[in-house]
Write a protein that binds this ligand. Sequence first.
Ligand code: HEC
Length: 111
Amino acid sequence: MYRFIRTAALASLLASASSALAATPLELHPTPEVDLPVGDDVAFPNGSGSDVIASNCTACHSADHTLNQPALSREEWHTVVDKMINAYKAPITSEDARVIVDYLARIKGEP
Ligand code: HEC
């Protein structure tokens, strides 16, 4: 008897839950404009190597992502570029990597 009451209570709970769901139809409202902070409109400042960094370092994230880093030493930029190549498999030649490290050390190097 006790089990019957429990089953009946559960059944009525499920019934009311499903009718509550049915009573609220899903409505999706498209958002007309969303401003994501991607920084896609920011470019690497012109200078020797800017074309090389632009073509090698914007496939996976924006230039802004690199430019927003704190100033780093040449050695630290070297480590970042190596990480992009080794950990994230960025297809960058060693010649381009050298140009990119030079460029970053010049525009975002330690003062
Ligand atoms: C194959 C994809 C890919 C390419 C190409 C790439 N990156 Fe990255 N980068 C990533 C990922 C993944 C992260 C880590 C996630 C994040 O921070 O958004 C990252 C993060 C960074 C960071 C943040 C600091 C850090 O160490 O995580 C810097 C700076 C950076 N990349 C610079 C560069 C530079 C400079 C180049 C060109 C030499 C480059 N990236 C090319 C994938 C890439």
